[in-house]
Write a protein that binds this ligand. Structure first.
Ligand SMILES: [Ca+2]
Ligand SMILES: [Ca+2]
Ligand SMILES: [Ca+2]
Ligand SMILES: [Ca+2]
Length: 300
């Protein structure tokens, strides 16, 4: 993708380290001199002068900067976190969001900031996802609703970080009220999930698998973990890591709100490869971003 495994640092006048692909550097149409920061120079040719470009070495006309840290999404090694831009292993994934910060080889598969209506596929539920103000929202309270991003190739071993807010929950306690991310989506009867679910009291971290049994019936297998915080209210983060080893896929799912963290782990012999998505069931939930790092299969 746009992320080069070798980043080059270009320090123009007054700037911090920036990242970009060498190939884009060659498109400079003018000012090919020392790069001393002359006012009109536009190194990446995106129409925005280096002096005011939040990614001077990567063309990004939109100048979007989700975390507002001064580095545009297109060149931010952690586009969802205001961070220092440190990247110890220089693999293009910043230390603050790298699942293996001292082991090169991770790669940002994609970052979705929900600025525009998404082209993700509706795979379960009504087509009632709404996008506004940089959020993707599902207001449906009565039934599950799920969309996935069509990735090709499908990411297998991944680290996923998403930010979600549950605005309201169904009053029907017979509905499995939940919100979270979908991993390794194959079809409506084969996928993994990681998220929050309403428990008898409070909420829990919930990680598991939907699969089809011998009779073709969808089965639901999961492992819950404690989460001593309300499911509804302000924003919280959900993180999922998949690992594959010796035919076993292990998914670690955690959620965090302020200082409160909960974790659950689930293992299965099913393959983790497949699409990434988001899911709600019996909740009105908003998603702020989804950030996915593809991890080398050899990493654990
Ligand atoms: Ca520029
Ligand atoms: Ca940024
Ligand atoms: Ca950042
Ligand atoms: Ca890194």
């Amino acid at each position: 993708m746009r992320w080069a495994s070798v980043w080059l640092s270009v320090c123009l006048a007054g700037c911090a380290f920036e990242h970009g692909q060498a190939g884009e550097e060659t498109e400079t149409g003018s000012g090919s001199g020392s790069g001393s920061g002359s006012q009109g120079q536009d190194s990446d040719g995106d129409g925005i002068a280096d002096a005011t470009d939040d990614c001077p070495a990567v063309a990004n006309v939109d100048q979007r900067d989700h975390d507002d840290d001064g580095r545009g999404d297109a060149c931010d090694t952690c586009p969802h976190l205001a961070d220092s831009d440190a990247d110890s292993d220089a693999d293009g994934v910043g230390d603050a969001c790298d699942p293996h910060p001292t082991e090169a080889g991770d790669r940002i598969a994609f970052f979705e900031g929900f600025y525009d209506p998404v082209a993700w596929h509706e795979v379960i539920g009504p087509k009632s996802w709404q996008q506004a103000s940089g959020e993707l929202r599902q207001i449906q309270l009565d039934e599950p609703s799920q969309i996935v991003r069509d990735d090709n190739p499908n990411p297998g071993t991944v680290f996923v970080d998403a930010r979600v807010r549950v605005n309201a929950m169904s009053s029907d306690t017979a509905v499995r009220r939940s919100a979270g991310v979908v991993l390794g989506y194959g079809d409506p009867k084969h996928y993994f999930f990681c998220g929050l679910a309403a428990a008898t009291q409070g909420s829990e971290i919930n990680v598991g698998e939907v699969y089809t049994d011998f009779f073709g019936t969808a089965q639901y297998s999961y492992a819950p973990g404690a989460f001593a915080a309300s499911m509804s209210g302000d924003w919280l983060t959900i993180q999922a890591r998949t690992r594959s080893r010796d035919g076993t896929t292990t998914i670690e799912c955690s959620s965090r709100r302020a200082e409160v963290t909960g974790t659950a782990t689930f293992s299965t012999d099913a393959d983790a490869g497949g699409d990434i998505g988001v899911r709600t069931n019996g909740t009105d939930a908003s998603f702020d971003y989804v950030f996915v790092v593809e991890v080398p299969a050899s990493s654990s």
